[in-house]
Design a binder for this molecule. Structure first.
Ligand code: CZF
Ligand code: MG
Length: 200
């Protein structure tokens, strides 16, 4: 079976490829296809946006498509940036500027109120129109300065309290043991196995 990872995000492709490696499924991503038009992620929830991306990819390629929509919810910001995480500091999307904006907004917020979580909605869309949704999340705290160089996005600011390390201080394997994306993906494995039986 061959599936398409419906994402342009290099960090996500790296993580999802690693997660899927054991499943004997051939994988391509939007990054392997010639220049694609960006689909408008105009849903109000992660789940809606993941479905929009998965549908667009299955229509374009005819392959089973797996899309991730994810983001950071900061309690002191009433859940922002949420579905706007990628473009928090405006267009074009820029991880560094997003992190700077987040730190500025949280400047006066004390340690115990810096709680946050990453959420991920993962949608698998099949060519016959069937769709499946799984979700995952990881709880943490926003630091006052970045730590670590792995991962992407807000990872250097996101402390996993149980480990005392940020997501950017974890190896790919370690992040894939606990992240929001990994949790959503693990729930999707049985679905992928069923699809594989139907589309050998
Ligand atoms: O530090 C982070 N570690 C993560 O593990 C993570 N997962 C998501 N995010 C943030 O949320 C946006 C998703 O937005 P998003 O789902 O629309 O993805 P995207 O626009 O980057 O790519 P695409 O999949 O849409 O092509 C990303 O850009 C990041 O800012 C993360 N940040
Ligand atoms: Mg996006």
């Amino acid at each position: 079976m061959k599936i398409i990872l419906a994402t342009q995000n290099e960090g996500k492709v790296r993580e999802l490829r690693d997660l899927i490696a054991d499943e004997e499924i051939e994988v391509v991503s939007l990054r392997d296809l010639p220049e694609s038009e960006e689909v408008e992620e105009n849903g109000e929830t992660f789940a809606e946006n993941a479905a929009i991306k998965a549908r667009a990819a299955v229509q374009r390629t005819g392959l089973i498509a797996l899309a991730d929509d994810s983001g950071l919810e900061v309690d002191a910001l009433k859940g922002a940036p949420g579905v706007f995480s990628a473009r928090f500091a405006g267009e074009p999307k820029d991880d560094e500027r997003n992190n700077e904006k987040l730190l500025e907004l949280l400047e006066t917020i004390p340690e115990d109120k810096r709680t946050a979580r990453f959420r991920c909605a993962l949608v698998i869309a099949a060519p016959n129109g069937e769709e499946y949704l799984t979700e995952g999340r990881v709880e943490g705290k926003i630091l006052r300065q970045p730590r670590g160089t792995d991962g992407f996005g807000y990872d250097p600011l996101f402390l996993v309290p149980e480990l005392g390390r940020t997501l950017a201080e974890l190896t790919l394997t370690e992040k894939n043991n606990l992240s929001h994306r990994a949790q959503a993906f693990r729930k999707a494995i049985p679905i992928l196995k069923d699809l594989k039986a139907e589309h050998p």
